[in-house]
Structures are given as C-alpha cells and as structure tokens.
Design a protein around this ligand. Structure first.
Ligand SMILES: [Zn+2]
Length: 95
C-alpha cells in the first residue's frame, strides 16, 4: 500500500489520482514493470504456444503474482493446445 505524496492519504494500487487532495500519483517504477509485464505476456504466449503444458503450469502458478505473464501463458496454452490436439487427432484418425 502506497501513500499520497501531497497529503499522506492511503492509495489503492492502480489509483491514478489521490481522492483526498487530487494529487496525481506517478509511480515510474510501476509504469516500467507494467511495460515489462506486457512484453512478458507476449513471450509467455509463445512459450505456451510451443509447450502448452508449460503454459498451463505457468498460468496456474503465476495467476496471482504475475497476472499478465500468466494470462499470456494461458492464452498460448489454449492456442497451442488446440494446434497440438488437431495434429494428434489427425495422426490418430487420418488414414
Ligand atoms: Zn493526497
């Protein structure tokens, strides 16, 4: 939990303006970490695409700690799982 630099009021995470005094909340570190997480989610999407099982595991384990990465990994899991399932079914039933 962070506090407002202007009045010291408690700020909720993700809050952009202090509700007590109207001071804008600028947290540079938070911005950078969000940008990094955006890159992560794309990287983990491709990881889940190539290794659906790993994507599922990451998506479940990081669901709370790193929602962006977990979301990307889960999206990769679904797409990668569909592609993998398609090839498995085709190998089984394509005669
Ligand atoms: Zn304030």
């Amino acid at each position: 939990m962070s506090t407002c630099k202007g009045c010291g009021a408690e700020l909720r995470s993700g809050q952009l303006v202090c509700l007590e005094c109207g001071t804008r909340v600028t947290d540079a570190r938070k911005k950078i970490s969000i940008e990094l997480e955006g890159t992560n989610s794309l990287a983990f999407f491709f990881l889940g695409l190539l290794f659906p099982q790993a994507g599922l595991a990451i998506g479940v384990v990081w669901n709370k700690d790193k929602p962006h990465a977990a979301g990307g990994a889960l999206a990769g899991f679904f797409v990668g799982g569909l592609i993998q399932g398609f090839f498995i079914l085709r190998a089984l039933f394509w005669t």
